[in-house]
Design a binder for this molecule. Sequence first.
Ligand SMILES: [Zn+2]
Length: 394
Amino acid sequence: MKIAGLLGAGKASFVGYENTRKAAGAPLLQGGFDVIIRIAAFIAALLAVNGKSLLYSEFVNLSQRQNGFRINSRLLAVIAMALACVGAGRTDSAERDLRRVASFNGFGPPSVSGNYISLHSSFAEMVFEEKSRKMLYNGSTIWMNDSLARSGSRWFLSRQDAEETVAPLLRPREALKGYGSMVVMLDPGHGGRDNGARSRRNILEKKATLDITRRVASRLRASGVTVRLTRSGDTYISLAERCRQAARQKADLFVSIHLNSAADRSVSGIETFIMAAPGCTGTQTRRIDDNVYNGNMNGPANMLLGFYLHSGLVACTRAEDRGLKRSRFQVLRDVTCPAVLVECGFLSNNKEETRMLDPRYRDAVAEGISRGILSYLSRVRSANPQPAPEKRPN
Ligand SMILES: [Zn+2]
């Protein structure tokens, strides 16, 4: 592929790319300008309040006494407000400006080749494509909420992508503050009267997802993780009930496991979905939805869970990387903890169907999913260190 060629193949990874000292704890953009805006906004607020306000009268009295003339405080308020608005706009666009994002996060200046803009640092490589949602982070494909815009010689991320796609990747520690790492809820797709997809050689999606889920569960349990399943047998469970189970079990993360199917039998590969941001379309739909759902409360954590899981799965299976995508599937929308839905391969594709028939391949799929989950959990733990146990007096 063209973009992959720019970076060299096989760079997908799920550990070891966290930014180190330079960006740790730093906002996406720091600057004195931000302080000026805050001061301007504060003055505007002070002056714009009702004339009877104590601060307002004090200010006018003071100006009258000291300068001998009455300051036109309304004019001052308008000027300060205008300054605050212009400033806020400039700060917002600066935070989305790829050059500024690069320089404040330890990347060199963007290098441009045709429509592709690449950023390099000692810990990460990002490749963007102009007017496209597609980006590569350390070789792993991510579909952003919105496309990369260009204005003159500058490129701009959408605000959602600056805050919920790029920032978490560069500073996972900040994104994962306050999240738990105790209980993993695995959700084998379909079940009972709902078979899901069916392959030519009669693999039922509901059976294959349960098999893969069991393999993931045993790996996670062997690593000391508490695992809950939405179903452990061939039973029908509604999507709403799956979401309720996650809440009842106090799950810290939710992974729904599926297999794909397409009318075009040549399509193959792995795609992983996380919740689309409000006001944006999903990767595969044109419908814009402005509502904020439960799934939108965990945007940055969803991003990291999705990234570790997707890149882990692609690395372990060497299947085609169709990317980390956005959607509003009910389980992503309504679950209250970070959530991801993974499509582990296409049952409609002859080659992938053959691979799925082999238990060793289903083991590789399970290994990829569990490595991704373990990577996420270890990042959560390092973002939330437990306080050292108190010393007991002897
Ligand atoms: Zn399915």
